[in-house]
Design a binder for this molecule. Structure first.
Ligand code: ADP
Length: 210
C-alpha cells in the first residue's frame, strides 16, 4: 500500500500545482515530469507485483546462454554506458543450451543486471558469464559496486525489501521464484576485489514439472 500511496501522493501534489493559476510555466512542466515519472514507477511496480503474485508456469525450450546474454546487453547496454559502465559477456566455449522458459530466464538475468548497474558507484564493468557445471548451467552477474552489508544479506530476497528511493524490492523475489520453478538455485557471493556476484544455477535438463 505504501509503495502505491507514495507515487499517488506525488501525482496529486503535482496535479494541484498544475491546476492553480498562480503556478508559473516552468513549475507546471516540472509537475508534469513528476506525474510521468510516478506513473512509470507505478507501472513498474504493477508489472513486478503481477509477475510475483501470479507466476506463469515455465514453458521449457532450449535456450542458448550466449544469445540470452546478448539480448540483455542489447536491452541494458545503453543505460549502462550512460553511467560509464561496460557490460561484458564471458561465455566459455562449448556451453550447452539449457532447458528453460526464454522470457523468464531473460527476466532473471535482466533483474540481476539492472541491480548490478545500479550498484556501480564509479566507472567499470559488469560481467555476465555463463558456464557449465556438471549437469547445470551457471549464469552469473558480477559488479564492482560497494557490495551488500552483512546484515542485509538474509533480507534481499524478501518481497519489498529495498534500499533504493525508487525501488520496489521485488526484483530479487522474482528472480528467486523463477529460478526455483526451474528447479535451480541462486547464490550471492562477495567478490574479493569488492562488489557482488549473483550466481544462478539451472539444471540443463528439466525433470517432470512440479
Ligand atoms: P530493488 O532493486 O527494487 O531494490 P531487489 O529485490 O532487486 O529490489 O533488490 C533488493 C535490494 O538488494 C536492493 O535494494 C539492494 O539493496 C540490494 N542489492 C541487490 N543487488 C545488489 C548488488 N548487485 N549490489 C548491491 N546491492 C544489491
Amino acid at each position: 500500500a505504501h509503495e502505491i500511496r507514495n507515487p499517488l501522493a506525488g501525482i496529486k501534489g503535482a496535479a494541484n500545482l498544475i491546476e492553480s493559476p498562480a503556478t508559473p510555466a516552468d513549475m507546471r512542466r516540472g509537475s508534469l515530469a513528476i506525474i510521468h515519472k510516478e506513473i512509470r514507477r507505478l507501472n513498474r511496480l504493477l508489472t513486478n507485483l503481477l509477475d510475483f503474485a501470479r507466476p506463469r508456469a515455465p514453458e521449457f525450450h532450449a535456450v542458448d546462454p550466449g544469445q540470452l546474454i546478448d539480448g540483455i546487453i542489447g536491452l541494458a547496454g545503453h543505460s549502462a554506458g550512460q553511467k560509464g559502465v561496460t557490460l561484458r559477456k564471458d561465455v566459455a566455449a562449448g556451453v550447452p543450451r539449457v532447458q528453460g522458459d526464454p522470457e523468464q530466464l531473460k527476466q532473471v538475468l535482466l533483474n540481476l543486471t539492472i541491480n548490478a548497474i545500479q550498484a556501480m558507484d564509479k566507472r567499470g564493468e559488469v560481467v555476465l558469464a555463463a558456464r557449465r557445471k556438471d549437469a547445470s548451467l551457471l549464469l552469473s552477474v558480477r559488479d564492482q559496486g560497494p557490495g551488500i552489508p552483512e546484515e542485509d544479506l538474509d533480507k534481499i530476497f524478501n518481497p519489498f525489501f529495498t534500499t533504493k528511493d525508487a525501488g520496489t524490492g521485488l526484483g530479487l523475489s522474482v528472480v528467486h521464484q523463477i529460478v526455483t520453478r526451474h528447479g535451480g538455485s541462486v547464490s550471492v557471493l562477495r567478490n574479493s576485489g569488492g562488489g557482488m556476484t549473483f550466481e544462478v544455477s539451472i539444471p540443463l535438463e528439466h525433470g517432470s514439472p512440479k
